[in-house]
Design a protein around this ligand. Structure first.
Ligand SMILES: Nc1ncnc2c1ncn2[C@@H]1O[C@H](COP(=O)(O)OP(=O)(O)OP(=O)(O)O)[C@@H](O)[C@H]1O
Length: 242
């Protein structure tokens, strides 16, 4: 990415992730479904927001809009000072690759690759030298507690460990924004808690702006703030008491 200007939180007070008056409509026969209705959101570097709300309220739609995977019908998505809506599709892909880490519910790891290789693939796609990619992969596997599992393939890992590889992989591109959809859906209570703790830790350590969609309200206290979606409308962000 060459021509984008970057306004970091510290330099300007701008938040790493901002959604301004974002409305997203899906076509539904002759009608439209309003999945997001004038949503405003700001998450700063090093902050982790829990996003909760009933099924169908628009949580996943907010994540895909924030990830620039879909263009909103109306409103602005601003990532690290760059307004995504001003970009063409190619520029938007570059912005996403260089600033956004996405963690889905299922890790989607490639069966034939070791943990280190899963991470290195993403850097390879960014055109980074192999040696550099390997060093960063090993460093990140250490951060997520998998230093001993760098050579293991997915079938040799537990569900929680696979999710840790997934988290490390999302951090490979040094993202400014981390978007996470139900990371604990397939995990037991203990593993769920350690995954949310890890996400809170990497949010601070790597100064990313993190949004985590979750049904596990018991782990919200491990994050900085919470906001609730209802019928596409996002309620006010409430700070979580320390
Ligand atoms: N690709 C799509 N095409 C048409 N309608 C969609 C599409 N994706 C979502 N919707 C609709 O948009 C609304 C919001 O859906 P969304 O998946 O964002 O909610 P959610 O809160 O993430 O739900 P869940 O917790 O069940 O995942 C719903 O009415 C849904 O049916």
């Amino acid at each position: 990415m060459t021509s984008y200007t970057s306004d970091s939180d510290s330099a300007t007070g701008a938040k790493a992730l901002q959604l301004i008056d974002v409305t997203l409509e899906y076509p539904d026969g002759q009608e439209t479904i309003k999945a997001l209705d004038s949503v405003n959101l700001a998450v700063g570097a090093g902050e982790m927001l829990s996003l909760i709300g009933p099924s169908g309220s628009g949580k996943s739609s907010l994540l895909v809009a924030a990830a620039t995977l879909i263009r909103p019908t109306h409103g602005l998505v601003i990532i690290d000072g760059t307004t995504a809506s001003d970009l063409n599709d190619k520029e938007m892909t570059t912005l996403r690759r260089e600033t956004v880490g996405i963690i889905f519910q299922q890790p989607n790891l490639l069966a034939s690759l070791t943990s280190a290789e899963q991470l290195m693939v993403s850097d390879h796609l960014r055109g980074k030298p192999l040696k550099e990619a390997k060093a960063r992969a090993l460093e990140l596997l250490d951060v997520v507690g998998l230093a001993d599992s760098a050579k293991k393939r997915p079938h040799q890992l537990s569900g929680g460990q696979r999710q840790r590889v997934n988290i490390a992989r999302a951090l490979m591109g040094q993202p400014k924004v981390l978007l996470i959809d139900e990371p604990t859906a397939a995990l037991d209570h203990e593993r769920s808690e350690s995954i949310v703790r890890l996400l809170a830790q990497v949010t601070r350590e790597f100064a990313v702006a993190t949004v985590m969609v979750t049904h596990d309200t018991e782990f919200i206290s491990l994050t900085d703030a919470v906001a609730t979606m209802r019928d596409g409308v996002l309620g006010a962000t409430e700070l979580v008491a320390a």
